[in-house]
Design a protein around this ligand. Structure first.
Ligand code: ATP
Ligand code: MG
Length: 328
């Protein structure tokens, strides 16, 4: 631990975000010298002020090194898309791993999706041309693809092996062709091995044998869908963390949403958000602290206590206290 105080922006948002973000804050405070700057976003603040994402929140996030975000309900798109832009996030890092002791369809799953985070079919260019016809413009730039590829090359440096590139360039020759060519050429120039995989074939292969994959680089929509598929293999939304990484700052969030069915009951699984906080620590250079948090979560998942989504009867607070106890 250093002498420096790390300032972290926290946005609990709506639903279980209000429960799991404070849990992760307790864990962060236990391992690092952190100070929190609380900010609002989501349905509740919209009901109060008319704005889902107050300018003050946007400004804080666009200047902070790191932000921890919970979830937003109906207003999710109005909140998270601008926030990803506020951190200039060009990659969405989505690890999907199963944990010993937790029921999973494929307990051997352990991979990371590096998803393009700015363009593709999520570029927002949709048009209604007639009563019968709507179109969508898919945007792929060499620069965004190369930036993602550079990140992927850095990412695999400490692992053995290269990465897979998922695409559908056999059909979308121009757009996915450009994506594939840019990614592969950066990897070649960096001496990193790549293997191409058609995204539809990937969906089958990951179900049959997820151990074939370690790091998978994907276009935006494919990364979204395929990482959710992987979430199904590892047994539960309450476990999956993510990071939206930009050049100078990053925003961390659990993959799950507001979980309105269990919100307010104090039984949400805080693991995804606590592991997101571990990614945040590592991003800021606190590798040992991040690893300690991961180890503590893994140990609690293995032995309990567990929240109801994992078959237990523990509360969010109970699980959080067990994680804190294992950090000592
Ligand atoms: P949103 O529109 O905000 O995404 P949703 O209805 O899609 O809300 P999710 O948050 O995506 O809800 O969750 C889907 C399901 O997974 C719900 O049944 C929810 O209870 C469960 N779930 C999600 N996150 C957690 C968690 N952290 N702990 C326990 N269960 C969870
Ligand atoms: Mg959802």
């Amino acid at each position: 631990m250093t002498e420096d105080v790390e300032e972290i922006v926290v946005i609990p948002g709506d639903g279980i975000g209000q429960e799991v973000v404070p849990a992760a804050q307790r864990v962060l405070s236990a391992v690092a010298n952190v100070e929190f700057v609380e900010a609002d976003a989501g349905d509740a603040v919209k009901a109060e002020t008319g704005e889902a994402l107050p300018q003050a929140t946007y400004d804080l996030v666009s200047e902070a090194d790191a932000t921890l975000f919970g979830a937003a309900g109906e207003t999710a798109a109005d909140v998270i898309l601008p926030l990803r832009e506020a951190v200039d996030s060009f990659v969405n890092v989505r690890p999907a791993r199963a944990y010993p002791g937790v029921d999973a369809l494929r307990p051997e799953t352990d991979l990371v999706f590096l998803r393009e985070n700015t363009e593709g079919v999520y570029s927002g260019h949709e048009d209604r041309l007639s009563e019968d016809l709507s179109t969508l413009t898919r945007v792929v730039t060499t620069s965004a693809s190369e930036r993602l590829a550079e990140y992927a090359c850095d990412y695999v440096q400490d692992r053995d092996g290269g990465f897979h590139v998922a695409h559908k360039a056999n059909v979308m020759r121009e757009t996915d062709g450009r994506f594939r060519d840019a990614v592969v050429s950066v990897a070649d120039s960096r001496g990193v091995e790549t293997e191409e995989v058609l995204m539809d074939a990937f969906a089958t292969r990951i179900c049959l044998d997820p151990t074939q994959f370690d790091v998978v680089v994907c276009p935006n929509l494919a990364g979204d869908v395929l990482s959710d598929l992987a979430a199904g293999l590892v047994g539960g939304l309450g476990l999956l963390p993510s990071a939206n990484v930009g050049t100078e700052r990053a925003l961390f969030e659990p993959v799950h949403g507001t979980a309105p069915d269990i919100a307010g009951q104090g039984v949400a699984n805080p693991s995804a958000t606590i592991v997101s906080a571990a990614m945040l620590l590592e991003y800021l250079g606190y590798d040992d602290e991040g690893q300690a948090v991961r180890d503590a979560v893994e140990s609690v998942l293995a032995d309990g206590p567990r929240t109801p989504d994992l078959g237990g009867e523990a509360t969010t607070a109970g699980v959080t206290e067990a994680v804190l106890a294992r950090l000592d």
